[in-house]
Design a protein around this ligand. Sequence first.
Ligand code: PEP
Length: 251
Amino acid sequence: MRKNIVAGNWKMNTTLAEGVGLAKDVNEALKGVDAKCDVIICTPFTHLASVAAVIDQKKLGLGAENCADHIKGAYTGEVSAPMVASTGATYVILGHSERRQYYGETSEILKTKVNLALAENLTPIFCIGEVLEERENGTYFDVVTKQIQEALFDLSAEDFGKLILAYEPVWAIGTGKTATADQAEEMHAHIRKVIADKYGKEVADNCSILYGGSCKPTNAKEIFSKPDVDGGLIGGAALDAASFMGIVTAF
Ligand code: PEP
């Protein structure tokens, strides 16, 4: 079922104590509002079990920011999908542009990660988006289409229906440069059409597609008002409970 969702991506920020404190603050703040969307925080691996112990996951979902492309074994430093699930987390961000850019994550790797996450009943928040050059040379629809087709189109319609997608134009991430609400809507409508062409209108209509890239309390309302934008994946503004709540209450 298509839902409105606001998800925080903490990236490599906060010590354990700071992260638990921030999670408690968001958890507490949510008690005082009638949120019109699902709210999720995705934290560093090291924080997951401790955060799971202090939040009410009926009101505040918990996710990791990545998982390994292997299930177990000699992969020093990696964290598997079963490990993530064992902390109590139920979501995982996959394919974030920083993972693609700095850690060489290809569609082939991401396809494996998505399958491993789904096998653990983790909900992938799957990120797609073009870089500035692709925006400027006009290939952005093709780039995003290919990212979806290559990593996700081997899934059954049932499994595809379990995903959350996040359109994050890379030129807007952490730059303070937000896509306009119309640019977001144009791409979200395109993504929904790509899904409909493959899996049919019902699957496409039921898919939550989040916008990510310098989303703030001041611009969230306008972006979220667009018909194909179902919420946001929030980086910087998720590190402060008040700004994050300002985005949550934009719905
Ligand atoms: C992100 O990295 O997912 C993101 C959207 O970051 P920011 O909100 O800081 O641009």
